[in-house]
Design a protein around this ligand. Sequence first.
Ligand code: GLC
Length: 684
Amino acid sequence: MRKFCSLLLVFISPVLMAVASLPVYLDDSKPIEERIEDALSRMTLEEKIAMCHAQSKFSTPGCPRLGIPEIWMSDGPHGVRMEFVWDDWEHAGWTNDSCTAYPALTCLAATFNPELSYLYGKALGEEARFRKKDIILGPGVNIYRTPLSGRNFEYMGEDPFLSSRMVVPYIQGVQQNGVAACMKHFVLNNQEKWRDVINVEVSDRALYEIYLPAFKAGVTEGNIWAVMGSYNKYKHEYCSHNDLLINKILKADWGFDGVLVTDWGSAHDTEQAARNGLDIEMGTWTNGLTWGISSAYDNYYMAQPFLKKIQSGELPESLLDEKIRRILRLGYRTNMNKSRPLGCKLTPEHTEISRKVAEEGIVLLKNQKNFFPIEKGRYKKIAVIGENAIKKLTQGGGSSELKPQKEITPLQGMIEKYGEEHILFSQGYASGPPDYSRELPSGLDADSLVVAAVEIAKEADVVLFFGGLNKNFQQDCEGDDRINMDLPYGQNELIEKILEVNKNTGIIIISGNAVSMPWLNRINGLIQSWYLGSQAGKATAGVISGRVNPSGKLPFSIPVKLEDNSAHYFGQMSYPGDSINQYYMDDIFVGYRWHDRKKIKPQFPFGYGLSYTTFHYEKLSTDKKNYHPEESIKVSFMISNEGEKAGAEIVQIYMTQKNPSVERPVKELKGFDKIYLQPGEKNK
Ligand code: GLC
């Protein structure tokens, strides 16, 4: 036995020695900051330069010699995007990269449910981790300023407080998987038109009170590990290397210790990138004239040009070291964190979260003569009309496109709920396949589609029109904006023809933006739905049938007409600008703040949404009559569910200031809570 033990000791000791002499940067018993300094001290100049820019469309190199892994990134805010070929915007065609598609963030915001936002982020982070992604390129929190912006569906609406309360738990959920969330697009990317060049001028007050708060909350409360700079300029400096925004506000004032990543192609200058806080350069179109040249990564602004400026002494190496510290810190929080979870994907829990967010985000806007819910058996013939009942809306839209393992369409949901024998379907209108830069022809004859739709409307007991926008060019799509607020593809004309033959018609708008509603007074039921992802049909049929009592509230105002919106009141230089400059003349008065100030009645206001039950408020009181804005205030009230259905009410607290010393909005959202009540139940 003794011999065996001594032999064992002889064997173990080299291993013990090896463990004892692990380099600090590899020793996870040491504090991260010590490991960062040790790794940094071992890296050559060339190795450090390599880590600051892309090696492929969605990855940066680590430091192979030191065993520091690559960093892999993926879009997007609503699900883990499909894989791409190494060097280009081309799907790789894998067969194991499908995902659970979660609802668009506008829908998540409409739930007004931070706990649900945490579960959303956690589920998304699990899938990203399982797919070996170290950064998920989301959430988007740019403020909804105009109903024309092509990417509002990726963001959380018009109010900075709502966006702030909803983005923090999303980030925490994602990052608990050892995956970095990446808030975007920092900042003032509130339209897609001319996004890569437009210089935005905005007052300091509007910047700090409207456009920055959600980003600040993500950093100071959510402890986010990555932020993406936007394409546009602010004060004539590109936001992705903007001294005031990044060095002063993001990093110094807010204490952001993560990495600032460019948007893809948003870097434009080596010296500015080096000095103004850019840490990782992605997607640069190196010759600046055409799309990227394959494997031209050495030509990136933060590649050879940066190396040469350091070697010549034009730029101090300390600028590079600060970037590497942040990149290594990201690594130690993600792919060098040995205790991070393994992740999972396409689980029943993921499906459940996707469905729950969809169900809680749908907004009931109009419900006269008890149009909704349509209980099973109430009608024999239900006409489902509209291309949005069948279109796969997880596709298109730009970088937030997804390849879901499952996508239940509204038509499938309706058939599953009511039975095929009770559903009459007609497409009604047609759009082309989603494309980033043009509207492709649908190949179908518009007139024939209308005739067929009107025919089934005639014979149906009730008509449900599924319309809205889609992810095609100049719809809810990245890269450009809508050209007006109207429903596209002749939908309004089709709705008029349907109403001529059947007054018992309800409309379900599927969109990420407000649309004009010329038919509103002639219908009894209206639902604002969203890009709901994998469980779209299940959730939609759930609300229509009454299985789900709708509780969603609008995260943005719906104006009667475009000119009623703040961005469009001041003419072209306010929106969209002149392709060089743009001035946010509406200042702090965005969304309901504008409607209140100008006393312009919206079609439907921010925070509005109906229920299948009724809630009654009473005994409202506050613990202070007057209070200083920096103080907290306690609001008490009794709320009761006076209907026959269980339901959830989103209590919203708006504040106003009497005789303010500076101009203030009439009211501002300062608190909300979602309260679930059974029929007859009271809650204090
Ligand atoms: C796009 C988008 C950004 C996305 C990135 C990578 O241009 O603006 O949101 O994450 O490129 O696809």
